[in-house]
Design a protein around this ligand. Sequence first.
Ligand code: SF4
Length: 62
Amino acid sequence: MEIQVDPEICISCGTCIDICPEVYDWDDSGKAHSQVDDVPSNLESCAREGLESCPVDAIKEA
Ligand code: SF4
C-alpha cells in the first residue's frame, strides 16, 4: 500500500498526522506527506483511517 498526499489540496489541518503519525508527517512546506514509501501491513489500517478522515480528500491510496 502506498499513500500519496496532494499538497495542492492539503489544508494543513493535521488530522491525518494526529491519527497516524507513524505514516503521516509534515513536509518542509507545512503540508502533510507520507513518510514511508510502502506502508507496512501493520500500519495499513491507521493509514486508511487517516485517509478517510481527511476533510478535503487530499490523500489517495496509490
Ligand atoms: S488530513 Fe488532509 S488536509 Fe489535513 S493535514 Fe492531512 S492531508 Fe492535509
